[in-house]
Design a protein around this ligand. Structure first.
Ligand code: ATP
Ligand code: MG
Length: 579
């Protein structure tokens, strides 16, 4: 949680990455750098590097908040870089949604020096030039082994690999083959460009990793210009260095790739492609969230099999989904701040995300009343056709925000659960003979109820005390234990409300190979028709409210229109999952 620095400015909590950046700033490691055009560079440049092959999810939000947040806090900048080196899986649709999601979260890749949105594919020419240099310098070779031979010669964790019989072919021969690969002379998989490092390295990633492969495929940005594409492990460090990134922050699974990251940049620095100091990679623990899945492949499956209503289904952990659900960017930033960054993997409970939303909205969301499961309450001694103006604060802690006004009349809607024919122990709400306060209105006494032939309660009857109105002197003469909410039946707004809950009922839906479809929560979406406080029909899409006693709700961004509102429940007021 943020604490106060003493001079009023909020200070983000410290973590190991902040420690590294602060130490680098103290030592001046990245101070005084200039770019290729001689323009001064900030001493902290981070990047968020999505592959445009899917929609971003809450795990990516952690990485976005971290990378953009560090840049902001240390006077640097953060680049949005699309790691688009895999032509067959990438699409413009994904580029567009990623841009939208980062902006919606409240971050920008623009600074006074311009736009810092890059594509790895923008660097393909330079990457290729570097590859030729590596071949000439003896740091890379074209391998012509078959895929089977290559796999067999790779060795295992316990056994060293074997050198390819092509490893020592002359540089000119490799260069000639590389150029022919580029020119389209070979089929996919016929040859591969590999770094020449050490086939006996205990780190498998250092056993002559592939740098370029042949892939006759159309790329969403470079079209058919290339039929060889750089491997991620090559493109990533090279893109970082081209963009003058200082701190390249990634998730833990890349720890074993760091030696190659350093090796390749050091070689290319020898070739004068990059100045010192080079970017450095640091790893942090990815976000694992209970009751959710964050595998792109499995999320795609939910969409394709129509288990959810698309990528932006409010039950989805995608950024477009949680946005439509009603989450605010500030709640997600607060969540990211609270979970912090660690160096070892762990699980974060869904209640932490939900709690951040509550804490974000509680101080700001206007209050309103909604009856979700309606039962008629008839005030028999209140005249028909008449109404009584009542009012309630827009926000209980902000009197300056004024009051909402709504009428009370003879027939009201109350929650079905606020009445019991035979009260259970400790039940203080309506039951025959008992008195409760109608919130912001009068005290009433229950006098009876109606039932249909099937035994269902169809209406409750009561009488009211005209001198008991909230806010009047008489109100204090009535001591009641129950306080229930209501809306006037003739004045209420009838609206569709979608009660959303966690998508899975199991905290670890896809743990150890389980079929996550078995763990779906059938009650994650319940559509009802509810009665809302007059005025709710004016809600604009994405406008949020606290419906008193129920939780936080938002006017749906797609289906809600002023006059015909549709609300989504973002989260209940209290955690019912015991998380
Ligand atoms: P893929 O399997 O397609 O690579 P990915 O989830 O790693 O999936 P990327 O587009 O490569 O997707 O991720 C972009 C950035 O977001 C990377 O730096 C990655 O480390 C980070 N990231 C992805 N998932 C998480 C997560 N669960 N928690 C934190 N950061 C994440
Ligand atoms: Mg990735």
């Amino acid at each position: 949680m943020s604490h106060d620095s003493g001079n009023g400015a909020p200070v983000a909590p410290s973590n190991f990455l902040r420690g590294i950046i602060e130490a680098d700033q103290r030592s001046g490691k990245y101070a005084g750098r200039v770019d290729r055009q001689g323009v001064a560079l900030p001493s902290v440049i981070t990047r968020f590097p999505p592959e445009p092959n899917g929609y971003l999810h809450i795990g990516h939000a952690k990485s976005i908040c971290l990378n953009f947040g560090l840049a902001r806090d240390y006077g640097g900048r953060c680049h949005l870089r699309f790691d688009d080196t895999n032509p067959t899986k990438e699409e413009q649709e994904y580029v567009d949604t990623i841009i939208d999601s980062v902006e919606w979260l409240g971050f920008s890749w623009r600074d006074t020096q311009g736009e810092h949105k890059y594509f790895a594919s923008d660097h393909f020419d330079l990457m290729y030039e570097m590859a030729e240099w590596l071949v000439n310098a003896g740091y890379a070779y074209v391998d012509s082994q078959s895929a089977e031979e290559m796999a067999a010669n790779r060795g295992s964790f316990s056994e060293p690999g074997k050198n390819s019989r092509f490893r020592d072919r002359p540089a000119e021969e490799s260069l000639d083959l590389l150029r022919k690969m580029k020119a389209g002379a070979f089929k996919d998989g016929a040859h591969i460009l590999r770094a020449k490092i050490d086939m006996a390295s205990p780190n498998m990633n250092m056993r002559d990793p592939a740098i370029y492969r042949i892939r006759h495929a159309h790329h969403h940005r470079t079209g058919d210009k290339w039929c060889i594409y750089p491997m991620y492990d090559y493109a990533h460090p090279v893109s970082d260095a081209i963009e003058n990134v200082s701190h390249s922050i990634c998730t833990l699974e890349f720890q074993d790739h760091r030696p190659f990251y350093d090796w390749i940049l050091a070689r290319l620095a020898e070739g004068k492609f990059f100045p010192q100091p080079l970017p450095e990679q640091f790893e942090f623990a990815r976000l694992n969230l209970t009751y959710a899945i964050t595998s792109k492949r499995k999320l795609l499956q939910l969409v394709e099999e129509k288990i959810v209503d698309g990528w932006d289904d409010p039950r989805m952990p995608t950024i477009v989904g949680i946005r439509r659900r009603g989450y605010t960017p500030s709640a997600i930033q607060l969540f990211a701040e609270r979970i912090g960054v660690a160096k070892s993997d762990s699980w974060i409970d869904m209640s932490v995300l939900e709690g951040a939303l509550r804490d974000d909205l509680d101080p700001t969301a206007p209050r309103s009343v909604a009856v979700l499961n309606p039962l008629k309450l008839i005030i028999d001694n209140y005249p028909e056709g008449q109404s009584e103006p009542c009012s309630a604060p827009v926000h209980p802690h902000h009197p300056e925000r004024g009051h909402r006004h709504f009428p009370l009349s003879r027939e009201l809607w109350i929650e079905r659960e606020d009445f019991m024919e035979v009260p259970s122990k400790g039940y203080f709400r309506l039951f025959p003979g008992n008195r409760v306060r109608l919130r912001y209105g009068f005290v009433v006494e229950c006098t009876g109820f109606d039932k249909d032939e099937a035994g269902n309660i169809t209406a409750v009857h009561c009488t009211y005390f005209a001198d008991s109105k909230s806010g009047t002197d008489g109100a204090n003469n009535y001591k009641v234990k129950g306080n229930i909410h209501w809306v006037s039946a003739v004045h209420a707004v009838h609206a569709e409300v979608r009660l959303y809950d966690r998508l899975f009922k199991d905290p670890h839906p896809d743990a150890s190979g389980k079929d996550f479809k078995q763990a779906l929560n059938p009650n994650a979406k319940v559509v009802i028709h509810a009665y809302l406080e007059p005025g709710a029909e004016q809600a604009k899409p994405e406008e949020r409210f606290q419906f008193e006693r129920h939780g936080y709700f938002v006017a749906d961004s797609v289906d809600s229109t002023p006059g015909r509102p549709v609300f989504n429940r973002i989260v209940t007021l209290k955690d019912s999952w015991g998380g």
